[in-house]
Write a protein that binds this ligand. Sequence first.
Ligand code: GLN
Length: 533
Amino acid sequence: MTDVKYVFVTGGVTSSLGKGIISASLAKLLQARGYSVTIQKLDPYINVDPGTLNPYEHGECYVTLDGAETDLDLGHYERFLNVPTSQANNVTTGRIYQSVINKERKGDYLGKTVQVIPHITDEIKRRIKLVSSGNKFDIVITEIGGTVGDIESLPYIESVRQLKWELGAQNCIVIHLTLVPYLSSTGESKTKPTQHSVKELLETGIQPDVLVLRTERHLNEDIKRKVALFCNVEENAVIESVDVSTIYEVPIKMLDQGLDRTVLRKLALPVESEPPLTEWREFLTKLKNPKHFIKVGLVGKYVELPDAYKSIAESFIHSGAMNECEIDVEYIHSEDITEKNVIDRLSGLNGILVAPGFGSRGIEGKILTAKYARENNIPFLGICLGMQCAVIEFARNVLKLEGAHSTEINYKTKYPVIDLMVEQKSIIDKGGTMRLGGYKCIISKNSKTYEAYGKTEIVERHRHRYEFNNKYFDDFKKNGMVPVGINPESNLVEIMEISDHKWFIGVQFHPEYSSTVINPHPLFVHFIKACIG
Ligand code: GLN
């Protein structure tokens, strides 16, 4: 028997249908009804975590407070639920195999042949339960990455089948998300791909309990009834998920169709009155009725794939709504910015954000961008590598340290204003070895950063190896780029601010990871305020 209820979300027909958003929306509705809910993502790839993945592969790597490098869907979970996730919320095939192989080496399997079934599936089931150990949550929603029918996801699907059998239908349900394409030539929405996808799932032994149909156009009752009949689900368990202008509208759409009620009923949990979602609706109203319009440049080197900057883009949405401001984010490739075109490229922007990143590609464009923002009094937010570029620029052009650089880019530089942390110097492995997760920082009272946070002690999430070099601390401070945020344990500089500038802040940490709908990040909120200025 179990006290925790499990909801699995699988996907069919194609990837990128938005399982993460559906999971987060359902979780939001259940949370609004007073249940404690968490969401977990199981990723069928062999990397132990996405920390070593190029952002072009799966988009941004999201970092949790406990220092896990995770899938970007965890960002959606936190932004919707306003509750932190942790390492247990993201498990990859690599991590599963790693623990099984470690156990095998220790001799834990007592001479048995170690196999996908039962050893890998047992480990998957253990990880699914681990996230709610000690009955921390009433409901766990587990999203299975990939598409049903993929070779990689088979062990996960088999684990879900076993759990459904072990825990019973009232404790474990499956929501299957599919696509209903619209054929303009015949003017019809087609259900066949959904039928095939459900058949595929049935072959693995799983009868889905709820179907969510992604669609460009509204589906009429006939289509829903047809899907219900042929896929063997209740009529009110067929829900459409029609394209909307913002992902934050999805919970409302799901509420209107009673997805949460259907789920609760199937899990034999009480369904009480509708959740009002007051704060959520207020946020949507502000988002849709802006009073100000600004254009902000996001300068980075992965701009071809906006998912690479997912959390930053969402932070703009949260802080924009709070300021009743529509933000047109222009993605600007840092490699395209040169001494010659910098004015042309960046003029007309109300604010500039220089993005995080790794390696030398496009770095000079980011440094030129910081110079432009500093000299032209344009509100500037530099995040991680963005802060480091602002520091390099200031060193070169204000402190006149010619050739100043980060040792990440030029390890022979005469002026290593950004340098590897001492404890990083002996590390060879790339996976999970950066300075990761939440660290404390103390903010000086006389600063714009303090105005934003309204407090002196903060905890923010990190993901980097390089740091501001404290050898140059006094030089920077004397000349107006002031270290206003310091880590109280290590003395590392976490925040730099130019005092005689309209709003110029660089942070070594990632504020974008902790911005949510209900709690937009104060640095973003104040950055946007300055841009509206
Ligand atoms: N590459 C830089 C470092 O490792 C910055 C990392 C980042 O922007 N996340 O320190």
